[in-house]
Design a protein around this ligand. Structure first.
Ligand SMILES: Cc1cc2nc3c(=O)[nH]c(=O)nc-3n(C[C@H](O)[C@H](O)[C@H](O)COP(=O)(O)OP(=O)(O)OC[C@H]3O[C@@H](n4cnc5c(N)ncnc54)[C@H](O)[C@@H]3O)c2cc1C
Ligand SMILES: *[C@@H]1O[C@H](CO)[C@@H](O)[C@H](O)[C@H]1NC(C)=O
Ligand SMILES: *[C@@H]1O[C@H](CO)[C@@H](O)[C@H](O)[C@H]1NC(C)=O
Ligand SMILES: *[C@@H]1O[C@H](CO)[C@@H](O)[C@H](O)[C@H]1NC(C)=O
Ligand SMILES: *[C@@H]1O[C@H](CO)[C@@H](O)[C@H](O)[C@H]1NC(C)=O
Ligand SMILES: *[C@@H]1O[C@H](CO)[C@@H](O)[C@H](O)[C@H]1NC(C)=O
Ligand SMILES: *[C@@H]1O[C@H](CO)[C@@H](O)[C@H](O)[C@H]1NC(C)=O
Ligand SMILES: *[C@@H]1O[C@H](CO)[C@@H](O)[C@H](O)[C@H]1NC(C)=O
Ligand SMILES: *[C@@H]1O[C@H](CO)[C@@H](O)[C@H](O)[C@H]1NC(C)=O
Ligand SMILES: *[C@@H]1O[C@H](CO)[C@@H](O)[C@H](O)[C@H]1NC(C)=O
Length: 665
């Protein structure tokens, strides 16, 4: 990194183009490699004190694009440098009207205004060689990209779904591949497939390691009217980190972590972490364990807990006790749509700070780091059991036992617990539900046994016997590691949706009956249920932020999946897909009017998504979107303001395809 600063003077070399090869430039008539030490990207090292954050900037955050750097480059008569300039009300409006076909669509490969090879090369040089032209992850299985590699293909095929974590390591691969267009699946998973194409994957990505690269990418995309996406892990259920022909900012390498034993900000004084937005759950948890504290993150091992997770709310095994991931934030560093780098906190751009905590990813800016609260080390008791129909449990007993479990949802979350369970139909008249795990932070085994004694007494009264397995841990990390294996996810034969059922449904016997029946009926018809008894209104309170208010009133976050076989006819696949949104989920919506859904584990075509994902926070979020991103630089499917845009094509007749053009409505 230090070579960036040392080479600042080398910016002088830039006017001595032409660029000869992708990685060479001609300087004083000699061809030399263009890399981060020969060409200074437009980077200057900025003193941390210019930030409003009380935490020092990470090294990568001190490397910034500033007006002075741009002025230097402009002085050197490199006219193209306007491609990288910051937002300017008049010139940006002019660019947009000039570069947009009928003033509506983003610019795509093949369009007249698509940047030339040379422009991409110049961009890459300024980026310090961080630009990657997309080669789809599974392309080694095909000849289409001239990189056939049987061994690599075999590895990717074997890990595509089960070890869903590998998609994270690739600059553009995502898990919710259906919405990408399934254009480059491992052939073993799509038997008829013979070709691999780029589809809805972005055209280029930038493997960013510093703020200047992000600013260059944001400015370049805005000035050239390109579609811009941000990819962290690619785990989003709605594939919000892909887009055809887009330029992608890949934040995966922003991995720096820093612990503060005593961090002061506003009314908070206590332990905290500053974490880069590329940090994943397992890394955040390892850092917390190392310092003897606890951090609020998700259950999934590889989730980008400082990225889309936290920006969209972020539920955790600790949420019933400490609230959402977004509730833990003390400050953030952000590149906004105008290309500027700012601190968002209670005292610096407080409206932006409010919106970023729960208002969703890829909407208000590219976050580079987050300072979050840490909590003292905490003991945890977990418990697992299996409930299944069989010789000793009839279908009626099965549902009666589940109903007894549902009856206690308020009691369990009031005790700070979180239960992660699944229910599915495994054959005619055969059902299974595994509790995996019941997670009781702060409780000993004896305390949890006492809490659940009435439940198991009810089970016994119903004639249902289960064998709960309790494990006591003296640290959150150990409990989390033992409880949550890597989850499979990257099939294109699945659609999911979710509902945050209101607590009030548990305070009215008729409503609880209706709620339980709505859950039961969809499982009976083959829906796969993954659910959490969770509440996000901790006794200690929570800040005012953009988290979906439905989270504050829920005791059940339920995810429902509809699955099909890739060999089914298109009509059958469409029927399975539509059934999820318009039949099964409608039953859930009918028993929970006005409630919501979790945007990060959501139905891709959630009806009235602005209400469902943002509730009463939406009008303010929409206003702030217009203020912070007037030119529509950031777009993601179902993000704030996305209702003003549309994709030109649909999958199965109603799923906007990321493998198509994005245009203003
Ligand atoms: C196996 C698995 C387990 C999960 N477990 C949980 C869980 O326990 N709790 C929970 O709440 N959710 C969970 N999720 C859902 C998860 O929160 C979402 O998938 C979330 O979108 C992941 O964010 P990401 O940054 O990792 O992924 P990405 O798909 O890379 O990003 C998601 C969205 O955020 C944007 N984004 C990412 N980083 C930034 C940034 N730095 N600045 C601005 N925008 C950004 C992206 O553009 C995209 O729109 C799980 C998902 C999976 C696949
Ligand atoms: C580079 O080459 C051009 C054309 O051959 C020549 O006019 C110029 O003087 C050369 N510059 C240097 C610094 O050698
Ligand atoms: C960049 O090029 C210089 C000059 O050829 C070379 O010495 C250096 O090793 C290169 N650095 C990188 C990171 O490739
Ligand atoms: C501008 O260029 C000069 C060299 O001409 C250099 O000394 C200075 O550091 C540059 N300023 C910035 C902000 O990059
Ligand atoms: C904005 O751009 C216009 C036209 O390019 C220019 O004349 C003006 O000075 C710029 N304004 C600012 C504040 O940079
Ligand atoms: C710079 O801009 C000019 C005029 O717009 C164009 O002719 C030239 O090709 C551009 N150069 C690069 C490297 O993009
Ligand atoms: C993935 O896991 C499932 C269930 O454990 C197993 O049946 C399947 O064979 C695995 N697939 C691969 C490709 O490893
Ligand atoms: C610091 O905070 C002030 C007041 O909100 C704001 O005007 C300024 O832009 C902030 N600076 C940064 C770098 O965020
Ligand atoms: C709820 O369902 C149970 C069992 O079907 C029934 O006995 C009870 O009367 C119902 N309660 C209400 C208020 O509808
Ligand atoms: C897929 O096909 C298999 C084998 O034919 C069958 O057992 C399974 O139930 C089917 N799954 C779905 C979701 O249709």
């Amino acid at each position: 990194m230090s070579c960036f600063r040392a080479a600042a003077v080398a910016a002088l070399l830039i006017p001595l183009l032409p660029i000869v090869g992708a990685q060479t430039i001609v300087v004083e008539n000699a061809t030399i490699p263009a890399n981060e030490s020969t060409i200074a990207p437009a980077v200057a090292s900025v003193d941390a004190h210019e930030s409003n954050s009380t935490a020092d900037l990470f090294v990568g955050e001190t490397l910034q694009l500033t007006d002075a750097v741009l002025a230097n480059l402009t002085e050197l008569e490199l006219s193209n440098i306007t491609l990288f300039s910051f937002q300017n009300e008049s010139s940006s409006t002019e660019t947009l009207s000039k570069r947009t076909i009928f003033g509506k669509c983003k610019t795509y490969p093949g369009d007249y205004f698509w940047p030339s090879e040379l422009t991409w090369r110049l961009f890459n040089i300024l980026l310090g060689d961080a630009l990657i032209e997309t080669v789809p992850y599974a392309s080694s299985c095909y000849d289409s990209f001239e990189n056939f590699d049987a061994a690599k293909c075999n590895f990717i095929t074997n890990n595509w779904i089960n070890a869903s974590i590998y998609h994270t390591e690739d600059p553009t691969s995502v898990n919710a591949v259906l919405f990408q267009g399934s254009t480059c699946m491992p052939p073993a998973l799509v038997p008829a497939e013979t070709e691999c194409s780029i589809g809805g994957y972005p055209a280029y990505s930038v493997a960013v390691r510093n703020v200047a690269q992000i600013q260059l990418a944001v400015n370049f995309a805005r000035n050239l009217n390109l579609r811009l996406v941000i990819k962290n892990t690619g785990h989003d259920f709605s594939a919000k980190s892909v887009g055809m022909g887009a330029l992608s900012i890949w934040t995966h390498n922003l991995k720096q972590t820093q612990f503060f034993k005593n961090y002061w900000q506003g009314s908070y004084y206590g332990p905290a972490f500053k974490l880069g937005t590329g940090v994943q759950a397992f890394e955040a948890y390892e850092a917390a364990r190392q310092h003897g504290v606890t951090i609020v993150g998700g259950e999934g091992r590889t989730v980008g807990v400082m990225g889309g997770f936290l920006l969209g709310g972020g539920h955790s095994p600790l949420s019933s006790l400490y609230g959402m991931g977004a509730d833990q934030v003390l400050s953030m560093e952000v590149v906004t749509a105008d290309g500027r780098f700012v601190t968002a906190s209670e005292t610096s751009h407080p409206d932006l700070f409010w919106a970023l905590r729960g208002g969703g990813g890829s909407t208000f800016g590219v976050v580079t780091s987050v300072v979050v609260k840490a909590y003292p080390k905490i003991k945890v008791t977990t418990m697992t059991y299996l409930l299944a129909t069989g010789p000793s449990v009839t279908v009626d007993q099965f549902w009666a036992a589940l109903r007894a479990f549902f009856d206690g949802f308020i009691t369990y979350t009031d005790a700070g617990n979180y239960e992660y369970f699944r229910i599915s139909k495994v054959g005619e008249g055969q059902f299974i539900s595994d509790m995996g795990p019941w997670f009781a932070p702060g409780m000993s085994k004896a305390q949890l046994e006492e809490l659940v004694a009435p439940l198991f007494a009810k089970f016994e009264a119903l004639g249902v016997h289960v064998d709960p397995v309790y494990t006591e841990y003296d640290d959150y990390y150990d409990a989390w590691l033992a409880s949550f294996p890597v989850e499979p996810f990257a099939s294109d034969s699945i659609r999911q949706a979710s509902r945050l059922f209101p607590k009030s449904n548990w305070q009215d016997a008729a409503k609880l009956n209706a709620t339980f029946d709505a859950v039961k009926s969809v499982v009976e018809e083959g829906g796969y249920l993954i659910a959490f008894n969770i509440a996000a209104a901790p006794k200690g309170g929570y800040p005012d932020n953009a988290v979906n208010p439905a989270w504050r009133n829920t005791v059940l976050h339920a995810i429902l999946a509809s699955l099909w076989n890739v060999s089914n006819s298109e009509a059958d696949i469409k029927a399975a897909s539509d059934k999820l949104t318009f039949d099964w989920m409608q039953r859930w919506r009918d028993v929970s009017p006005g409630a919501g859904s979790y945007m990060s584990e959501a139905d891709y075509i959630e009806p009235d998504f602005t209400q469902a994902f943002f509730g009463s926070k939406y009008p303010k979020l929409y206003r702030l979107k217009q203020l912070y991103d007037p030119f529509g630089v950031f777009y993601a499917h179902t993000a704030v303001g996305s209702e003003d845009w549309q994709m030109s094509e649909k999958i199965l007749g109603n799923l906007p395809s990321q493998n198509s053009r994005l245009c203003r409505k």
